[in-house]
Design a protein around this ligand. Structure first.
Ligand code: NAD
Ligand code: IPM
Ligand code: MN
Length: 369
């Protein structure tokens, strides 16, 4: 069969560092599981800006369209922070999501058992946690018009962003959430601010309509987003699938990451619609950023990037067994007591990025022997 074509976009900061460990996992897969990938590497973010003068070159978007799946690192950093909005590195990921129609960002927050005591919350509150956040990712306040900074009639600056959601945008991401819930614990908690936002009110109405018409067998609960943040910190195990807008999903998923022990643990899949040929565009990205505070030190946690590759195998290629193998290898490394600095605990062994990657390969060898 034809090779699986992957576009790899390391980006900035720790992106290239953690991506290097995934490349080792990919090579391992080729040697041991006869899974061969054709890898194309591309530029995005500050790296693309420096090399080509734009954070998301057309040829990167074309390569992403052409690939079977995209593995994305992270973009941004202090070097580019004062640039105007249309040149910022972050535009790289925003444009890829938008241009490829990647409207559903799946962010699983899973507490690996060895890390249950690494969370900022009490062990019994988080042990066994398995929540799936479905974040809308091509609409809302990230893209709504009007936007910008204007000067008003008093000569004062006014910053404007606009939250806009059409019913179709809400319905299609709601379907993704309900579909997922059916394969999990059959419950969706839809979050918004229907009490103060017009778009939130429409969100609640449309989610209810889709539920009634197509997914009445799934348990649906509506929750204000601020309450959801509180509930995530106090009783996170009540949740199965959380459905959220682009902005609320961004905030809630960083919060959920903290429950799992570290932001460096959380992968994600950003999926488009299934086309008439049965294929869908998909991009896989850790939820963390370029971590400028630790970039270049070789201490970043590569787990989120490696687990994003596992999601890629699962969602783009149906390689469930291989995805699970990688997830188990990461868990076993943690069980063995190795920790990157972000999840360092007393009595554990501190590892750098490359040591962590090497340990994952050893576990892959052992688990598949
Ligand atoms: P961040 O996620 O980069 O970092 C937040 C904190 O978590 C930092 O202390 C960092 O050291 C730590 N951290 C993150 N990932 C880690 C890992 N794998 N291992 C160990 N520690 C890790 O968020 P930020 O500092 O708010 O943003 C930094 C830059 O990244 C900004 O330019 C921002 O726009 C960008 N960003 C990009 C993405 C993306 O590319 N998808 C996501 C979020 C932020
Ligand atoms: C994320 C990031 C991005 C977002 C930024 C870098 C554009 O925070 O992927 O969570 O807000 O979507
Ligand atoms: Mn974010």
């Amino acid at each position: 069969s034809a090779n699986k074509k992957l576009l790899v976009l390391p980006g900035d900061g720790i992106g290239p560092e953690v991506m290097a460990e995934v490349r080792r996992v990919i090579d391992w897969m080729g040697r041991n599981r006869r899974a061969s990938f054709e890898i194309v590497e591309g530029l995005v973010g500050g790296a693309a800006l420096d090399a080509e003068g734009t954070p998301c070159p057309d040829k990167t978007v074309e390569a992403a369209r052409d690939a079977d799946a995209v593995l994305f690192g992270s973009v941004g950093g202090p070097k580019w922070d004062s640039l105007p909005f249309d040149q910022r590195p972050e535009l790289g990921i925003l444009r890829l999501r938008k241009d490829l129609g990647l409207f559903a960002n799946l962010r699983p927050a899973i507490v690996f058992d060895p890390l249950a005591d690494a969370s900022s919350l009490k062990q019994d509150v988080v042990r066994g946690l398995d929540v799936m956040i479905v974040r809308e990712s091509t609409g809302g306040i990230y893209f709504g018009e009007p936007r910008g900074v204007h000067t008003d009639s008093n000569g004062k600056r006014v910053g404007i962003d606009t939250e806009v959601y059409s019913e179709d945008e809400i319905a299609r991401v709601a379907r993704v959430a309900f579909d997922l819930a059916r394969k999990r614990r059959n419950k969706v908690t839809s979050t918004e601010k229907a009490n103060v936002m017009q778009s939130g009110r429409l969100w609640r109405a449309v989610v209810s309509e889709v539920h009634k018409a197509e997914f009445a067998d799934v348990e649906l609960e509506h929750m204000y987003a601020d309450n959801a943040a509180m509930q995530l910190c106090s009783r996170p195990k009540q949740f199965d699938v959380i459905l959220a807008s682009n902005l609320f999903g961004d905030v809630l998923s960083d919060l959920a990451a903290a429950l799992t022990g570290s932001l460096g643990m959380l992968p994600s899949a950003t999926l488009g619609a299934v086309g008439s040929n049965g294929k869908r565009h998909a991009l896989y990205e850790p939820i963390h950023g370029s971590a400028p505070d630790i970039a270049g030190k070789g201490i970043a946690n590569p787990s989120a990037q490696i687990l994003s590759f596992a999601m890629l195998l699962r969602w783009s290629f149906g390689m469930e067994e291989d995805a699970r193998l990688i997830e188990r290898a990461v868990e076993q490394v943690l069980a063995g007591g190795l920790r990157t600095a972000d999840i360092m605990q007393t009595g554990k062994n501190r590892a750098g990025t490359a040591e962590m990657g090497a340990a994952v390969l050893r576990e892959l060898d052992r688990l598949s022997a």
